[in-house]
Design a protein around this ligand. Structure first.
Ligand SMILES: [Zn+2]
Ligand SMILES: [Zn+2]
Length: 349
């Protein structure tokens, strides 16, 4: 089958590899109908993920149709349309039972196409082996398109969790730092909690434009310090909640500086650095609540699905490109370079 392999910095290639097969009796093989390029794939693309081997198959956002199941799989069968979370979890270990499947000790916190824990080939391919299929696979009703369902496994759940962790209350003002795919979905999700105003911070004009269409007031980084801009539009105090969806030191610090005393900063951007500096003293004396972490996407797939079905969440609005799988190298490039107004790139095998 065809799959997208990492070959070096800024070098991903379409390669021919063996089809996946059932290895464990709890596995399923899924024929992928849609996958995507995620912002965290770009960390690998930039060569910033230690231990990534040339030839590794990339990608962790996917959905498709079950093609084959191992003899112990009960919850899904051949022909079912399914979505799965980006992280691979057994559903049975202590961490999975605590509701923290991304901490799964059986897989060592593995991610499809990722570099920690056990290594599992990624989802930018024609097929994928899904371990622990009973826990991992969620059936999708036929009235949902791939474009509506796909992001439940990663960026929609992550964006929603970001908004939820922000503890937004009716009437609040919310600032979203970063208008990439996760930031835009955090913005959409924030509306569900009843804020009075949402501000969207970025410097890419076409991304700010979409944020505006999604109900946010743009705050352009090129027009000055976002902390001062946010103070000005919130009567001097700063927003009640900041949602950070970038994963770098600067926006994290800006979120802390911008938010009002007693406010909350919720961070879901993926950090590649081992540690960053942040204004701890300011956070302390302003009495802030800081919340961060990798999203336990499995926990959100079922509850968010009806919100997508009735249109209260419209994740497909961020899709700008749908390319054949074989065009993935171009998909990476335009997403990375923000060319051709790219926001979210889907791949169709
Ligand atoms: Zn991702
Ligand atoms: Zn587990």
């Amino acid at each position: 089958m065809k799959a997208i392999a990492f070959r070096g910095v800024h070098d991903v290639r379409v390669e021919s590899i063996a089809d996946p097969r059932i290895v464990e009796p709890t596995d399923a093989v899924v024929r992928i109908t849609t996958s995507a390029v995620c912002g965290s794939d770009l960390h690998q693309y930039h060569g910033r993920v230690p231990g990534i081997e040339p030839g590794a198959i990339l990608g962790h956002e996917f959905m498709g149709v079950v093609e084959e199941v191992g003899r112990e799989v009960r919850a899904v069968s051949k022909g079912d349309r399914v979505v799965a979370p980006f992280s691979i979890s057994c559903g049975r270990c202590e961490w999975c039972r605590r509701g923290l499947p991304t901490q799964c000790s059986t897989t060592g916190r593995a991610v499809f196409g990722g570099r920690f824990g056990k290594q599992y080939p990624g989802a930018q391919a024609e097929r994928i082996r899904v371990p622990f299929a009973d826990f991992m696979c969620e059936k999708i009703s036929s009235d949902m398109s791939d474009e509506q369902a796909l992001f439940l496994g990663d960026i929609l759940s992550t964006g929603y969790a970001c908004a939820e962790n922000g503890g937004i209350r009716p009437g609040d003002s919310v600032a979203v730092f970063g208008c990439g795919p996760v930031g835009l979905l955090a913005l959409q999700s924030a509306h569900l909690f009843g804020p009075a105003r949402i501000f969207a911070v970025d410097r890419v004009d076409y991304r700010l434009k979409l944020a505006e269409e999604l109900g946010a007031t743009p705050v352009n980084l090129d027009k000055g310090d976002p902390v001062e801009q946010l103070r000005r539009v919130t009567g001097g105090s700063g927003p009640d909640v900041a949602l950070e969806a970038v994963g770098h030191e600067v926006p994290f610090a800006q979120a802390i500086q911008a938010v009002r005393a007693g406010g909350t900063v919720s961070s879901v951007g993926v950090y590649v650095e081992q540690s960053i500096g942040f204004p701890a003293r300011e956070a302390f004396f302003k009495d802030l609540t800081l919340k961060m972490g990798i999203c336990n996407a499995r926990n959100y797939i079922v509850p968010l699905m009806p919100l997508v079905q009735v249109g209260k969440l419209q994740p497909a609005r961020i899709i700008t490109h749908t390319l054949p799988l074989g065009d993935a190298p171009r998909g990476y490039k335009i997403f990375d370079q923000k060319e051709d107004r790219a926001i979210k790139v889907l791949l169709k095998p």
